[in-house]
Design a protein around this ligand. Structure first.
Ligand code: NDP
Length: 475
């Protein structure tokens, strides 16, 4: 037997086809409440789209830990044999929610692990580095990726102007303009936690860590030309690929690996290991196998489970900690702030964001607070009524901070070129020529002054980088 259709208050509906009118051809009556409810809900079907990473796709899956890394961390989610359900949301960065998938852009790689010690979110990208290292530049950088306030068009001039004035962007710009800057699908990208985080073991010792997820499907990319053809026919190429792979039980997988740096090593490291524009070279900090991640379950409802999913690097579990990376520190604030605005104060009560363990806070009231609370006199803390209490066992080891509080110039004395050179030297001739032509294409219409400033940066990486781009530009 079919279920009864109801109003949101659960009242049965007698007719969902015909408005109630005064006479056959007469006006609609205000008392036709179901019509009003339907139209009012339609007006509210959209929530503000994400300022960045608005276009995305996601799926649920499982993380399995196959190796013993308990010497580095006590986190229960990272103990050998552990399996943990997860949500992974992929995205492009700059495009609005209706943008095409097959665009040259960084791909978001945002993970939420539903662990027994609360949610652990690892909110990274398909690249190990980022365009900036100080969050003061975050809104400025994003403005260059979005639309010009007058023309309402995307502006290559703004992008290259900002990049050419911000040498710290060179590493990420080179990856973005390389063949990996335009992935064939979400299944064919690596994921990186990007920031340096910390791991803490059961002796309360701290290790610095980088998280990596290497695609088992292999890296696959598109040329600009191939992507243009795809976009002309299909704006949802990545969504389709991910959804139907999972629907057809061709479950995508990633190897989960980490790199470890001791606190002592960090003190003598030649570069700042907390700088988001740098990687840790593999030969100095070798990859350590940890486990495997699989995506094996499509969302039942895109809006509920993907559009409303909210990830934040502030969500960590005992045994995993932050680092002094300035960008990480800023994201710890800005991500939850975005969700409170975009979804609402109690966004973490929604099923997709809700931890699987018990949540006990003293936060009160606020919009959409739909927690079912026990009757209690313990609505503040400390109290004499057996309310939840802190547990000092979760105290991290103290972290020594050095120096005077000041606005240190984050561009002074920074080597923005060596790691880019290492990447450039890894590329074969074909990859280099794709890099040059992708850059030249994206510089069309950009004023000479800006192009020349950027060419001077390429030259500091490698003379062949500068000359290759010049040639592609037709100089
Ligand atoms: P390695 O030769 O040990 O590693 C090179 C890495 O570069 C591999 O992880 C490879 O990924 C990746 N890679 C290859 N081509 C590209 C590309 N076009 N865009 C982005 N990544 C690419 O050298 P190092 O560890 O010394 O690193 C050298 C340079 O490689 C770095 O300066 C950085 O630019 C880049 N890189 C380094 C990473 C790291 O964590 N050390 C991570 C990713 C990039 P894969 O194995 O999947 O092919």
């Amino acid at each position: 037997m079919k279920k009864n259709m109801t109003t949101t208050a659960g009242n049965p509906i007698c007719d969902n086809q015909n408005s109630m009118t005064a006479g056959l051809r007469g006006p609609v009556l205000v008392q036709d409440y179901q019509l009003i409810e339907k139209l009012a809900h339609q007006n509210r079907e959209r929530i503000p789209e994400r300022v960045v990473h608005a276009k995305g796709s996601g799926a649920f899956g499982e993380l399995t830990i196959n190796h013993d890394i308990s010497q580095y961390t006590k986190a229960k989610v990272l103990q050998k044999g552990k399996k943990t359900r997860l949500l992974l949301r992929f995205s492009t960065v700059a495009g609005e929610s209706g943008a095409a998938d097959a665009e040259r852009d960084v791909r978001g790689f945002a993970l939420k692990f539903y662990t027994q010690e609360g949610n652990w979110d690892l909110v990274g990208n398909n690249t190990p580095v980022f365009f900036i290292r100080d969050a003061y530049k975050f809104p400025d950088f994003i403005h260059t990726q979005k639309r010009h306030p007058v023309t309402n068009l995307r502006s290559n001039t703004a992008a290259w102007d900002f990049w050419s004035l911000s040498p710290e962007s060179l590493h990420q710009v080179t990856i973005l303009m390389s063949e990996r800057g335009l992935p064939q699908s979400y299944r064919h990208v690596n994921g990186y936690g990007s920031h340096t985080y910390s791991l803490i073991n059961d002796k309360n010792e701290r290790f610095w860590v980088k998280f990596h997820f290497k695609t088992k499907q292999g890296i696959r990319t598109l040329t600009n030309k191939q992507a243009a053809k795809i976009i002309a026919e299909d704006r949802e190429s990545s969504q389709k690929d991910l959804f139907y792979s999972i629907e057809n039980e061709d479950f995508p997988k990633w190897n989960f690996q980490i790199q470890i740096m001791t606190e002592e090593q960090a003190k003598t490291c030649a570069f700042n290991p907390f700088d988001l524009t740098k990687v840790w070279p593999h030969k100095d900090y070798p990859m350590i196998d940890v486990g495997e991640m699989v995506l094996n379950e499509n969302p039942k409802n895109y809006f509920n489970e993907i559009e409303q999913s909210s990830f934040s690097p502030s969500n960590i579990v005992p045994g995993i900690g932050f680092s002094t990376d300035k960008m990480l520190q800023a994201r710890i604030f800005s991500y939850p702030d975005a969700h409170r605005y975009r979804i609402g104060t109690h966004y973490e009560m929604l099923p997709v964001n809700r931890p699987v363990n018990e949540v006990n806070t003293y936060h009160a009231d606020g919009s959409m607070n739909f927690a079912v609370r026990e009757r209690t006199d313990a609505y503040y803390e400390p109290n004499s009524f057996n309310g939840p209490v802190e547990n000092s066992v979760h105290n991290e080891p103290s972290l020594a901070i050095e120096g005077d509080a000041a606005r240190y110039n984050h561009r002074d004395g920074n080597d923005d070129f060596s790691q880019v050179r290492a990447l450039f030297n890894l590329m074969n001739d074909n990859q280099k020529s794709q890099l040059f032509s992708n850059i030249a294409e994206s510089m069309q219409g950009v004023p000479d002054e800006i192009v020349n400033r950027q060419l001077a940066l390429f030259k500091q990486v490698h003379k062949d980088y500068e000359s290759g781009v010049k040639k592609a530009l037709g100089f």
